[in-house]
Every structure is written in structure tokens, then in C-alpha cells.
Design a protein around this ligand. Structure first.
Ligand code: C2E
Ligand code: MG
Length: 267
């Protein structure tokens, strides 16, 4: 209970922050987006992993406020990068959305408000939702994604492959991409079955008109196999670990200043 109370106060105590991890497009080797990830620096306990405090926030009914706080920071920061970093005008941002949000009736209005306030174009916001949200909230899921699509916001399914996705829902909902769960990628070199699962997910996504991001890419060998299998985007320590705002600004400046091999070939 004490931790919950502390978590509630964390944003105003400057104990909550957002770090960013780049997502790289394999087709042109450019940074397409950054995933915003929440961090909680507890005054006595130190850094609390998201796996712990997100659960705490969900159980304590704080998750909607926390996710909205992250969303506002992430939209504001991304708009800033778009305006100040040459070449980054189309940079997008991925924000995680807990299952609990789907019960909020004013969700679309709140997201619209944050976009207007920060100046980020809806098409530059990508919401990451879980398979669980789709499976558990069938009726809500049918309406809300359509409203978000009408607004122009992109929707991706996070941790894909670990939940209980309904193939029917995947086919009929306006989803832009699937993010392959990190556990498949970490074992793909050693375990042929994991590689087959990845290839099947890529094919499924492409057949349904969606893109695919592989999360947890740590080695060039993993990247090469994913690229050969048709994966669209990668995210992982190979590209960069999650970064604070200042470090991410430096990284983006460098990335957008250096033309990629593809750019050189096109020129
Ligand atoms: P996620 O959305 O699947 O985010 C990716 C996680 O994988 C992040 O962990 C990231 O640091 C980690 N990761 C990325 N690349 C690699 C890699 O190459 N190797 C390894 N070992 N790990 C990698 P993180 O930051 O600890 O976040 C864990 C989870 O907490 C997230 O998983 C997400 O589900 C949740 N989360 C984080 N921030 C928020 C938030 O603001 N709202 C909500 N609802 N959930 C959040
Ligand atoms: Mg995510």
C-alpha cells in the first residue's frame, strides 16, 4: 500500500521518468520510431523494474493515470525531436497501453486532447496493446480500435505469440503491426522451433496486411536471419538500449545526420 501511495506521487516527485528505445526499419536502416518505457527511481529502493511497478499500478488502479502521463511526455518529447532534429520530422513514438484502459469510455477524447496539447500528429503515435486486451475485451475491442483508427493513431499488438490471440480478431481489427515477443527472438539461433514460429508470425502478419517488429534483437546474426525472413523492423540492444532523453537526442542527431548505405545508393 505504501509503494502504491509512493507510485501515485512519483510523477510530481520527479521519481518517474521515460526512457526511449529506437526501432529500426530494416528496409532503409532508418530509425522509424522510439518506444517510450516508464522508469521509477524509488528514493530508498532504487530503480524498480517496470515488470513490478506496472503490476502494482494495475492492481492499485493507477495504471490509466501512469500510462496517460507517459503518453503526454512521449508525445511532447517526440514533437520536440521532430522540430529540432534535421531529418526527424516523421519520427514516430510507440507507447505501451495496459489492458485496463479498454474500460475507459473517454479514452479517445483523452488521447485526442494529449495530441492537440503536444502538437503531435495522430499518425505519428503508435499504441502498443496486448493480446490479452484483445482477447478479454471482445466487445470493447470491436469499437475502440475503429475509433482510434478513425483518429489516425496506429495500433500494434505487443508481446505477440505469448497470449491468446483470436485469429478472427487479428484479421478484422485495424491493426498496423505485430511485435514478436522477445522470448522467441532470444532463442531463435539455438532452437529451430522458435525460428519457425517467428517465420510463421511474419507470414501471418504480412498475409493480413500488417508489418512485423522483432523485439530483443541483440546480435548481428539474429538481425540477419530476421531480415532474411522478411521481418520489417527490429528493436533491441543491437540497435540501442533504452536511453534517457538527452542520450536519445544525441543518438537521433547522429542517426539522422548520417546518410545510410541505401541513401547513398539512391543518390
Ligand atoms: P515491452 O513493451 O515488451 O518492452 C520491451 C522490453 O524489452 C523493455 O523492457 C526493453 O528494455 C526490453 N528489451 C528491449 N530490447 C532488449 C534486448 O535486446 N534484450 C533484452 N534482454 N531486453 C530488451 P522494460 O523497459 O523493462 O519494460 C518491460 C515491460 O514493462 C514492457 O515490455 C511493457 O510491457 C511494460 N512497460 C514499460 N513501460 C510501460 C508503460 O509506460 N506503460 C505500460 N502499460 N507498460 C509499460
Ligand atoms: Mg512494448
Amino acid at each position: 500500500l505504501q509503494m502504491e501511495a509512493e507510485l501515485k506521487q512519483a510523477p510530481e516527485n520527479q521519481a518517474l521518468s521515460v526512457v526511449y528505445q529506437p526501432i529500426l526499419s530494416l528496409a532503409d536502416q532508418k530509425i522509424l520510431s522510439c518506444e517510450a518505457l516508464a522508469r521509477w527511481q524509488h528514493p530508498e529502493r532504487g530503480m524498480i523494474p517496470p515488470s513490478e511497478f506496472i503490476r502494482l499500478a494495475e492492481e492499485g488502479g493507477l495504471i490509466a493515470a501512469l500510462d496517460m502521463w507517459v503518453l503526454r511526455q512521449a508525445c511532447k518529447q517526440t514533437r520536440e525531436w521532430q522540430k529540432t532534429i534535421p531529418g526527424a520530422a516523421d519520427l514516430k513514438v510507440n507507447v505501451n497501453f495496459s489492458d485496463k484502459h479498454w474500460a475507459q469510455t473517454d479514452l479517445v477524447d483523452r488521447i485526442t486532447g494529449i495530441l492537440q496539447e503536444t502538437g503531435l500528429v495522430p499518425g505519428d503515435l503508435i499504441l502498443e496493446i496486448t493480446e490479452k486486451a484483445l482477447a478479454e475485451n471482445r466487445t470493447l475491442a470491436a469499437g475502440l480500435p475503429g475509433e482510434l483508427q478513425a483518429l489516425g493513431v496506429q495500433l500494434q499488438v505487443d508481446d505477440f505469440g505469448k497470449g491468446q490471440s483470436s485469429l478472427e480478431l487479428l484479421a478484422c481489427l485495424p491493426l498496423d503491426a505485430l511485435k514478436i515477443d522477445l522470448s522467441f527472438v532470444s532463442n531463435m539461433q539455438e532452437d529451430a522451433t522458435q525460428m519457425k514460429i517467428i517465420q510463421t508470425i511474419i507470414q501471418l502478419a504480412h498475409n493480413l496486411g500488417m508489418k512485423v517488429t522483432a523485439v530483443g534483437v541483440e546480435t548481428p546474426a539474429q538481425r540477419d536471419r530476421l531480415e532474411a525472413s522478411g521481418c520489417d523492423f527490429i528493436q533491441g540492444y543491437l540497435v540501442a538500449v533504452p536511453q534517457g532523453c538527452q542520450q536519445m537526442t544525441d543518438l537521433l542527431r547522429l542517426a539522422f545526420a548520417n546518410p545510410t548505405q541505401n541513401d547513398k545508393e539512391r543518390a
